[in-house]
Design a protein around this ligand. Structure first.
Ligand SMILES: [Zn+2]
Ligand SMILES: [Zn+2]
Length: 401
């Protein structure tokens, strides 16, 4: 039997051994959804499990209470490979993004590979990354980790994400920046003394329409998206609105196009402020970068799917679709090679961020997805530990991306 086959069998048998416990963990997190920055129980459950399997665990990473890192060293120094765990839920739809499976697969893969590290060089790291959906003070946690240098010594970052339809090697993602606009006017009686008022709602509506006036002229090759809402527009219809607030998000597959999209929204707001006589305050929030591809890592993961006899969509089909959304994992891929395997747990018609997808994480297909995701991560990492040439190829591909 070749070294590769032996590794595959060892990984499979380690995962089969822990699978019942993984299902228990994923279902528990699924049934106790915690919103971003509040994932106290979920992160504790995952970190405790790693500690029980002799990982060195650091909790409260970078002052984020629900972040953690867990490390396990192999027989000698070598590649450092990180599995990224997410475990935040969504308001109203619980684990409608399936992050209970993401966190559990990362932990399961870490535990499985750790059992083989006696014979392998390198270090396995499981990173607990909170608030992927952007909620609360720990939103954008992976970006903060990049900025703080958490990834400086890590060679490759891997994660999985549940989806509907077919398994695929994660497509690219859009860069995103949030903008909050506040208009200040002057209240007055809407009927008896409107001449004394300055209407902040009118400024908000003008901003919204001015942004629309730019849509036709956007660069379609850059996959631009501008979405906005008015979150405040007055308190009573008989008072000229004193204050109005809008929230916008601008996205693009081209990081360098983001400042142009931000400028469109800012100029629309400034124009509306002049037109209405309002004061305006524009707050451009720290954004997230696009997700970069690493072709060597993609090819490696495709082979891992084949090795496991698991169906996976061909790359050309995946890449023919526009990038779907945004993630703080994007920032990670700008500093080290990273990959997301999308694991199908529900039929194609099931939408992301839905109660149906949350429910699917508890089904037989959901548990099978957890098993496949864990095996893809574990085997994907094990081959890199075992084959130094593979890591060199991946690093080379990163330089070219
Ligand atoms: Zn999501
Ligand atoms: Zn997600």
């Amino acid at each position: 039997m070749s070294m590769k086959d032996e590794l595959k069998l060892a990984v499979k048998s380690e995962i089969n051994r822990v699978l019942p416990r993984l299902i228990e963990i994923s279902d528990w997190i699924g049934k106790h959804p915690e919103l971003g920055s509040e994932e106290h129980e979920s992160s504790k459950l995952l970190a405790d499990e790693l500690e029980r399997h002799d990982f060195t665990v650091e909790r409260g990473l970078l002052g984020m209470e629900t972040a953690f890192s867990a490390r396990f060293r192999g027989r000698a120094s070598g590649p450092q490979i990180a599995f990224l765990a997410e475990y935040d839920a969504l308001p109203g739809v619980g684990h409608g993004c399936g992050h209970n499976i993401i966190g559990t697969a990362a932990v399961g893969a870490g535990i499985a590979v750790s059992k083989l590290m006696e014979d392998l060089p390198g270090e396995i790291i499981v990173l607990g990354t909170p608030a992927e959906e952007g909620r609360g003070p720990y939103g954008g946690a992976k970006r903060k980790m990049v900025e703080a240098g958490v990834f400086n010594d890590i060679d490759v970052a891997m994660m999985i994400h549940p989806t509907s339809g077919r398994n695929s090697i994660g497509a690219t993602c859009l860069a995103v920046t949030g903008i909050v606009i506040e208009f200040r006017g002057k209240p007055a009686h809407a009927a008896s003394s409107p001449q004394d008022g300055v209407n902040a709602l009118n400024a908000a509506v003008l901003t919204y329409m001015a942004v629309h006036a730019n849509r036709q002229q956007l660069r379609r090759d850059a996959n631009p998206v501008i979405h906005g809402i008015i979150t405040e527009g007055g308190v009573a219809s008989n008072i000229i609105p004193e204050r109005a607030v809008l929230q916008f998000g601008v996205r693009s597959s081209d990081d360098s196009y983001i400042p142009e999209l931000v400028r469109i929204v800012e100029n629309s707001a400034r124009g509306a402020a002049i037109a209405t006589g309002c004061e305006v305050n524009i707050d451009v929030r720290p954004g997230l970068k696009s997700k970069l591809r690493n072709e060597a890592l993609e090819q490696h993961f495709l082979k891992v799917f084949k090795e496991l006899d698991v169906d996976v969509e061909d790359l050309a089909t995946t890449l023919s679709r526009p990038p779907p959304a945004s993630t703080d994992f994007g920032d990670v891929t700008h500093v080290i090679p990273g990959i997301t395997a999308m694991i199908a747990i529900a039929p194609e018609h099931v939408a992301g961020h839905s109660r149906e997808l949350a429910a699917a994480t508890f089904t037989e297909d959901g548990h099978r997805g957890l098993e496949i995701g864990t095996k893809v991560l574990a085997l994907g990492a094990a081959h890199i530990f075992e084959d130094p040439g593979l890591l060199a190829e991946i690093k080379d591909a990163q330089r070219k991306s």
